[in-house]
Design a binder for this molecule. Sequence first.
Ligand code: SF4
Ligand code: SF4
Length: 449
Amino acid sequence: MTPVDVDIDRGAADRPIGEAPDTPPGFAAATAFLECVHCGLCHSACPTYLELGTEADSPRGRIHLMSALQAGTLALDAAAVRHLDLCLGCRGCETACPSGVRYGSLIEAARPWIEAHHRRPLATRFRRRLALAVLPHPSRLRRALAPLRLLERFGVLAAVRRLRSRLPARWRYRLSLLPEPLPQPATVPVATPPRGAERAHVQLLVGCVMPELFADTVRSTLEVLTRNGCWVTAPAGQGCCGALALHAGDRAAATRFARANVDAFEPPSAERTAAPPLVMNAAGCGATMKEYGHLLADDPAYAARAARLAARVEDATELLARLPLIVPRGGLPPCRIAYHDPCHLAHAQGVRRQPRMLLAAIDGVTLVAMADEDLCCGSAGHYNVMHPDLAERLVARKVEAIRASGADVVATANAGCALQLEAGLRAAGLAVRVRHVLDLLADAYRAAE
Ligand code: SF4
Ligand code: SF4
């Protein structure tokens, strides 16, 4: 195992480990760290530990580190920040932990504290701010993508892609994270009637990145929901769920997004008792919105409303399995499908069975097992953009598991994972297609026509 060359915060005001920091301690209850009994049973579920082999990049090591930062016995220096930055927030360790340590809450509390007390190098700050200024805002993202769409139209992007192998490694990888081709943005009507008899009313979170970079999956989502008898409303005023900001330690921005969504999705008071499910097709959004009650707990004007909204949140695969699914009359050409569990669906929401049930219902599909199905692929929000070196190594591990499974399609239920897996498969020259579960269902419905 070799240490990875990632964004080490050189230039930050380093202090030797052990020297008391000049920052105030206190981002979590000290007792929260005591739940960890240091057994190490979570190590084999931690992608960064498996890849780097260093204790400080394991869940136990990070808990130890956060505990020392919390107690004020460890300096908040570049090395400490790097180990915490490299955590994917995948929460695989939570699933593996027999003591019920809530690692996700600890790292989520540590991140804003780090941002408040640690000055990153200029280039890192610029990259982080740029990502947060653009990605969660669909109109800004559309403007940022416009020149690329133009370059693609005139064949320039295709030419650059052909020269991919000559680019420096991290730029080659970042380029491969752009969908090929760039889709035309999707627009979702405020209300879409069901096809056939009405079975349910649902609200849809359209999301921020989804309609711009994963437009086909947005269209598939709408199609599959309406084919399953759903009246789909996509209230105006909704926006990013706040996950990107939260994972980057910008809790203030995350709460702003959360409040806007609470306002947008709250039905008129007369209809609140029968408020519809709020569904989405991105695992990170679902995981974040299910935690809105916690995120806005200190806001008297929003706490109760946020908790009510959180109770209505369901991943689209959960809803469809519950309805239950109207089995597509068409099907797919015979194919062997391996399913990759998105971390924020499997570990954060405990949703594993439903996507597999939906896939198994499609005629022509044979589900095949894959090693480490719920091990993070390295996508993790914008982790793969911020830490391309390690993200590329993580997806290479995943690609080997896909190769060994003998699958010809990899299905997942999170577009970010799909993009990351596609990049990895392309780099490995493996002709395995990657599809969102909802895209595969939409294909099967369309085949009947
Ligand atoms: S959240 Fe994921 S990357 Fe972070 S410590 Fe836990 S298992 Fe490792
Ligand atoms: S987080 Fe859980 S599994 Fe990991 S060392 Fe602590 S108690 Fe053991």
